[in-house]
Design a protein around this ligand. Structure first.
Ligand SMILES: CC(C)(COP(=O)(O)OP(=O)(O)OC[C@H]1O[C@@H](n2cnc3c(N)ncnc32)[C@H](O)[C@@H]1OP(=O)(O)O)[C@@H](O)C(=O)NCCC(=O)NCCS
Length: 184
C-alpha cells in the first residue's frame, strides 16, 4: 500500500479531517464520554476519562508509521470545532481497511459522518490503493447502517450474537465495498 510520510489532511465542503492532537483530549472525552456514543461502539470504554483519550491519541503516530491504522479528527471548517473521529484499521497484506467512526451527539443528523466518510473512502481507494473496505455495526444501529449504504457499501452478512456488550449478546452487521464497485 502506498506509504504516506506526512499526515494526510483531507478537506471537504464543510470539514477538515486532520490528525488528533493531545490538546483534543478534553473534547474527545466530552463527546465520546456520552453514553449514546459508547452504547453502539465495541471498543470505547464507558465511563471514559481524559487520560484515556490522551493515551489513545498518543498511540496514533506509531500506529500510522507502522501502517496499522489512521485516525482523523473530524473538524468543522467554519469554527474548528471537533465533531467526531473517523478511522481506518489497515491490513496491508490483504490491501484491506476497516472503517470506523463516531460523531458527538450535538452534531448528529447533519450529514457530517457521511461527508467525512466519503473523503476517507476516496483516500483509501485512490491514495492507499486498497482493494476492499469493510465496516461493521451493531444490529439496530440504523444511523451507522445508513452511512454505510450511502457510501455504496453492500451488506455482506450478519455475525449472529458475535459480541458481548454491557452484558448483552449482539449481532454484528457486516458491510463491504470493493474498489471496482466504488462510484467515486
Ligand atoms: C453513526 C453516526 C456516526 C452517524 O453520524 P451522523 O453524522 O449523525 O450521520 P449523518 O448525519 O451523516 O447521517 C447519515 C444518515 O443516517 C441517518 N440517521 C442519522 N441518525 C439516525 C438515526 N438515529 N436513526 C436512523 N437514521 C439516522 C441520517 O438521516 C442520514 O440519512 P439521510 O441522508 O438519508 O437522511 C452517529 O450516530 C454516532 O456517532 N453514533 C454513535 C457511535 C456509533 O454508532 N458509531 C458507529 C459504530 S459502527
Amino acid at each position: 500500500m502506498a506509504k504516506q510520510d506526512t499526515f494526510p489532511v483531507l478537506e471537504t465542503e464543510r470539514l477538515v479531517l486532520r490528525a488528533l492532537r493531545l490538546s483534543d483530549a478534553p473534547d474527545v472525552q466530552r463527546l465520546v464520554g456520552a453514553r449514546e456514543v459508547a452504547a453502539t461502539t465495541l471498543t470505547i470504554p464507558h465511563p471514559y476519562t481524559t487520560s484515556m483519550a490522551e493515551e489513545w491519541i498518543g498511540s496514533h503516530d506509531e500506529r500510522r508509521e507502522r501502517g496499522e491504522a489512521l485516525h482523523w479528527a473530524i473538524t468543522r471548517k467554519q469554527d474548528g470545532a471537533l465533531l467526531g473521529v473517523i478511522g481506518l484499521e489497515l491490513t496491508d497484506k490483504h490491501r484491506r481497511g476497516e472503517l470506523g467512526y463516531w460523531v458527538g451527539v450535538p452534531y448528529w443528523r447533519q450529514g457530517y459522518c457521511t461527508e467525512a466518510a466519503r473523503a476517507v473512502v476516496r483516500y483509501a481507494f485512490e491514495t492507499l490503493e486498497l482493494a476492499r473496505l469493510v465496516a461493521v455495526h451493531f444490529a439496530g444501529n440504523e444511523a451507522s447502517g445508513r452511512v454505510m449504504r450511502k457510501l455504496g457499501m453492500t451488506q455482506e452478512g450478519v455475525l449472529r450474537k458475535h459480541v458481548l456488550k454491557w452484558g448483552q449478546r449482539i449481532d454484528l452487521v457486516c458491510y463491504g465495498l470493493l474498489r471496482e464497485e466504488w462510484q467515486g
